[in-house]
Design a protein around this ligand. Structure first.
Ligand code: AMP
Length: 358
C-alpha cells in the first residue's frame, strides 16, 4: 500500500534544482509539482504543470493548488510574486536577491562586508564609478546574471566605453575586484516556525565564473561563526523561510559577501550524500514548518559536470562515485550533472577532476 501524501509543494521552475527537490520529496511523502515546459529535466521525476512563469494569473492559480509554493531561481518576474500568500521564501527576499544593487545595499545594511560597488546606468555613471573604484573591476548587470554571464572585467579605466557597449544599456553595478584567497559559501535554513540550522562552510572553485568543485567542509571555526552570524542577521531581517545561500570571498580573517541565493544552491549538492539531511530535504521541511533535519556531515567533494556527462560505464566502475545526471542535452558551459565523492578518496577525486576538465 502506498503511503499517503503528507503535503503538496509547488515549484516555480522545472530544472535540476526542482528535480532534486522532487527526489527529496519522494522520500518524505511530499508531492513536489514542478512548473515549466514539457521536457524540462524535473518532469522526469515529478508532475509538471505547463505554466508561463511570467503570467501572474496562471502562477496564482498554481499556488492555490499547493500547500506551499517555492522557487528554484530568483530570476522570476517580480509581478508574479506579489500577492502569493503561500510563497516561501517571501517575495521581498527574492526581489532583493535578484538585483545585485538591492542585494549589496541590503547586505551592507546588515553589517556584512561587500566589495566596493557603485550603480551604473550610463557611460557617464561608469566613468564616475571608475573614478571611485578604479580598475581592475567588474561591470555586472544588476539582474539576470549567473554563472559569470552578464559580466565584463575592466583591467584599465580606458576600457569603459567598450565595457558599457557590451552591456547593451542594461542597468549595472561596477564592483571592485576582491583579491581573495578562496571562495566559500554558507547554506542556512530557517523554518516557518523560526528554527535555524547551518551546514558547514564549503570551499568552492570556479572557472570562467562557473562553479566546478565544492569541498565540504571548509574548516575554520572563526569564519564559520562569522558566516553564521551574517546569515542569521539576513534570515531574521527578511523573515526568511527556506534554504538561503551566501557566497563569500575570504580575505585573511574577513568574509566579503559576493551574492546570496534565495534557494537551494549548487554548492550544497554534496549534502545529498554527505549530510544527514540534504539541503533539498531541509528546504521542504522548512517551508512546510516541519522540524529541520540534522545538518551533521561527512567530508565530501562535489564535481560539476559542465557541457556533457561522462559515460555511465566509466563512473559506474567506481562505487565511491555518486552520479547525478540531470538528463539535459549537452551544451558548452551548461551544468548537466554532478558527481559526489567522499573526501577521503583523494586519488579518485584528482582523477575525476582531470577527466571533467573540458
Ligand atoms: P558571480 O556571477 O558574481 O557569482 O561571479 C562569478 C565568479 O566571478 C565569482 O565566483 C568569482 O570567482 C568571480 N568574481 C565575481 N565578482 C568578483 C569580485 N568582485 N572580485 C573578484 N572576483 C569576482
Amino acid at each position: 500500500m502506498s503511503t499517503p501524501i503528507k503535503a503538496r509543494v509547488g515549484v516555480l521552475g522545472a530544472g535540476q534544482l526542482a528535480l532534486m527537490l522532487a527526489e527529496a520529496g519522494h522520500q518524505l511523502n511530499i508531492e513536489v509539482i514542478c512548473s515549466g515546459r514539457p521536457g524540462d529535466c524535473a518532469s522526469r521525476v515529478a508532475p509538471l504543470v505547463e505554466l508561463d512563469l511570467e503570467d501572474p494569473q496562471a502562477v496564482q492559480t498554481f499556488s492555490s493548488k499547493v500547500d506551499v509554493l517555492t522557487l528554484e531561481s530568483e530570476n522570476v518576474e517580480t509581478t508574479v510574486l506579489d500577492g502569493l500568500a503561500n510563497l516561501a521564501p517571501n517575495s521581498r527576499s527574492v526581489k532583493i536577491a535578484q538585483d545585485r544593487l538591492f542585494e549589496k545595499d541590503f547586505l551592507r545594511f546588515q553589517g556584512v562586508q561587500t566589495a566596493p560597488y557603485a550603480e551604473v546606468s550610463s557611460l557617464r555613471d561608469l566613468h564616475h564609478a571608475l573614478e571611485l573604484i578604479g580598475a581592475p573591476s567588474i561591470l555586472k548587470t544588476r539582474r539576470l546574471g549567473y554563472d559569470g554571464r552578464g559580466q565584463v572585467r575592466l583591467t584599465h579605466i580606458d576600457e569603459a566605453a567598450s565595457a558599457w557597449a557590451h552591456m547593451g544599456g542594461a542597468p549595472c553595478i561596477l564592483e571592485g575586484m576582491v583579491p581573495f584567497e578562496r571562495e566559500v559559501s554558507l547554506i542556512a535554513v530557517r523554518s516557518a516556525k523560526g528554527e535555524l540550522a547551518f551546514y558547514p562552510l564549503v570551499e568552492n572553485e570556479h572557472r570562467a565564473g562557473i562553479l566546478r568543485v565544492s569541498h565540504a567542509p571548509f574548516v575554520d571555526q572563526q569564519l564559520q561563526t562569522l558566516a553564521e552570524k551574517h546569515l542569521r542577521a539576513v534570515l531574521l531581517a527578511l523573515d526568511y523561510v527556506g534554504v538561503l545561500t551566501v557566497e563569500f570571498f575570504v580575505v585573511s580573517d574577513k568574509l566579503i559577501a559576493n551574492e546570496m541565493a534565495p534557494r537551494v544552491h549548487n554548492s550544497g549538492h554534496w549534502t545529498i550524500e554527505g549530510a544527514e539531511t540534504s539541503q533539498f530535504a531541509n528546504h521542504l521541511r522548512a517551508i512546510l514548518g516541519w522540524p529541520l533535519g540534522s545538518t551533521a556531515s561527512q567530508p565530501t567533494v562535489m564535481l560539476n559536470c559542465i557541457g556533457s556527462m561522462p559515460a555511465e560505464a566509466d563512473t559506474a566502475s567506481f562505487p565511491a562515485i555518486h552520479r547525478h545526471d540531470y538528463g539535459k542535452a549537452p551544451r558548452t558551459g551548461r551544468k548537466v550533472g554532478h558527481l559526489t565523492i567522499p573526501a577521503s578518496e583523494t586519488e579518485l577525486i584528482e582523477e575525476w577532476r582531470r577527466r571533467l576538465e573540458d
